[in-house]
Ligand binder design. Structure first.
Ligand SMILES: *Cc1c(COP(=O)(O)O)cnc(C)c1O
Length: 377
């Protein structure tokens, strides 16, 4: 809440937005010293350092329990910088199958073309990673829980395997937020976030975060941070600070909302399978309880009715849940997704529900009326 805000400007409770591109100096020596792009220098130019952004970064680093954080103009900006900082031509990456779609595309369409190969593994079993290791493996990419099928990886076990082989581990922690999971505590080297989701929390900012230790960040700053230039604007950084203020109460509501709505979907009998990390019968419950302190309000279900018509009617009949990608804001969202075979034989439709901060009775009633319109109940 208060970290980094000891110094008040005119007594202002809300921190100022330093909306400046550049900074002026009185003395040449002072300026030359600042030009050395180290972590604790004075800002010289806002692509690299900006006081509003630094305040948001200090708060997120503290939440993650990691030494440093850098904010980017999107989650993908952070993921891109993190990946590139760990590879060179000829490197090999191991990534979990269910990694965020565009991150997967970055690996398959883009990095592959630069001579960086990726092996995708299911990731439920740490041995998957061990088997995929090569002498050139320099990075392991995790997302736990995944944000469509909600599978977990054993973070500590995978870190031990990867780091013994000299590879770094990156984990996308967007689903859990640092309140419900601190991957650094289990050995993860780089924690990334789509701040556009729960951390921002109001669907009014697109931002990304990268957290790591000081030694790694000292290399990242003059490298991927400064040279790729995906810097977050001071205003978006300020919106991020504003969002973080209410993170604890929003995540508490998210946990309750997810559990109540998943139970409601279950009780309607419209689903073949519900993929909710917080469910009592979640298949990886033991692992969940070992590495997470809570679960959020994003989950998917596989409708019994797999007809495109039925799914379309259900989604279009919802009135409070709006059809749209993303999640983590105040508003409930729904997306139908056609999933490739996993532990089933042919592509299946899943419906992903994000429960926002609306009244839970309204949301339950909304799902019930849409299920009726679709002819599901
Ligand atoms: C949205 C999302 C991202 C990408 O973040 P952007 O801010 O949209 O670039 C990465 N990982 C997960 C799990 C996401 O949901």
């Amino acid at each position: 809440m208060h970290l980094g805000e000891e110094e008040k400007h005119f007594g202002s409770i809300s921190p100022p937005i330093f909306h400046t591109s550049t900074y002026a100096f009185d003395e040449v020596d002072e300026w030359i010293e600042a030009l050395d792009l180290a972590e604790d220098r004075e800002p010289v130019y806002s692509r690299t350092l900006n006081p509003t952004r630094q305040l948001a970064e200090a708060k997120i680093a503290a939440l993650e329990g990691m030494e440093c954080c850098r904010l980017f103009s999107s989650g993908m900006g952070a993921i891109h910088a993190a990946m590139m900082s760990c590879v060179k031509a000829g490197s090999h990456i191991i990534a979990v199958d269910s990694i965020y779609g565009p991150a997967r595309k970055l690996l398959t369409d883009h990095l592959a073309g630069l001579g960086i190969e990726t092996t995708f593994v299911p990731g439920d079993d740490p041995a998957d990673f061990e088997k995929a290791l090569r002498p050139t493996t320099s990075l392991v990419c995790l997302e736990s829980p995944g944000s469509i099928v909600f599978r977990l990886q054993d973070i500590k076990a995978v870190c031990d395997i990867a780091q013994n082989a000299g590879a770094s581990v990156m984990l996308d922690n967007s689903y859990a937020t640092p309140l419900f999971q601190r991957p650094g505590d289990f050995g993860v080297d780089i924690v990334v976030h789509s701040v556009s989701k729960y951390l921002g929390g109001h669907s009014d900012v697109v931002a990304g975060a990268l957290c790591c230790n000081k030694e790694r960040m000292e290399k990242l700053i003059p490298g991927e941070v400064d040279l790729y230039g995906a810097a977050l604007s001071p205003f978006s950084a300020w919106l991020t600070i504003r969002g973080l203020r209410t993170l604890p109460i929003r995540m508490k509501a998210a946990e309750e909302g997810g559990n109540v709505i998943a139970a409601h979907v279950c009780s309607m009998g419209i689903a073949d399978k519900i993929m909710h990390v917080g469910a009592g019968d979640f298949p990886q419950a033991e692992l969940r309880d070992r590495q997470m302190n809570g679960t959020s309000s994003l989950f998917s279900f596989i409708p019994k009715d797999q007809s495109e018509d039925g799914i379309r009617r259900f989604v279009e009949s919802l009135m409070v849940y709006q059809l749209g990608v993303s999640w983590g804001g105040y508003e409930s969202l729904v997306v139908p997704i056609l999933l490739e075979p996993m532990d089933w034989d042919e592509p299946k439709y899943v419906v992903r529900l994000y429960t926002g901060l609306e009244n839970l009775e309204d949301l339950k009633a909304d799902l019930t009326q849409a299920a009726k319109t679709a002819g599901w109940v």
